[in-house]
Design a protein around this ligand. Structure first.
Ligand SMILES: [Mg+2]
Length: 150
């Protein structure tokens, strides 16, 4: 399956606060941004289960920057969809919907926003919504993937 991940407030703390992965010199060198604790283990498990990992963000961070950020943690997302690519791909529909994973062949999209979950129901795409205070979020995603989508 292709699984995509939102960045802001899902994998990268912003308004929402959660523990982050330990950073060594390597990670500090690449970016001031931190990624959520548990991201590395989750990505490795998903890879081992032969899922494909995409990033889908409504930010304008460049794909090169996002790749470098994850690369510094040993994570290699296959495809990066930022706001520019979303707009280019969806054209006039881009303004009507914040994310549309089926346009990129994504099977399940992971996000923090209940609004994206509602869009998923309305437009028939699969989402997993992660809570800010869910310390076991990675395992909960794995459980939900097995329960609902296997
Ligand atoms: Mg978000």
């Amino acid at each position: 399956m292709i699984i995509s991940f939102d960045l802001d407030d899902t994998l990268i703390p912003g308004v929402k606060r959660f523990p982050t992965e330990r950073r060594g010199i390597w990670q500090r060198l690449f970016s001031r941004e931190k990624i959520r604790a548990g991201t590395i283990a989750l990505m490795k498990t998903l890879k081992a289960r032969e899922h494909r990992i995409f990033v889908y963000t409504t930010s304008y961070r460049s794909p090169a920057y996002i790749r470098r950020l994850f690369f510094s943690y040993g994570i290699f997302p296959e495809k990066i969809i930022n706001k520019s690519l979303h707009d280019k791909t969806l054209r006039e529909r881009a303004a009507l919907i914040s994310k549309y994973p089926p346009a990129f062949n994504i099977d399940v999209h992971v996000d923090d926003s209940p609004g994206v979950g509602m869009e998923g129901e309305r437009h028939h795409f699969n989402t997993i919504i992660v809570a800010e205070d869910d310390a076991d979020w990675g395992n909960n995603i794995l459980r939900e993937l097995e329960k609902k989508y296997s």
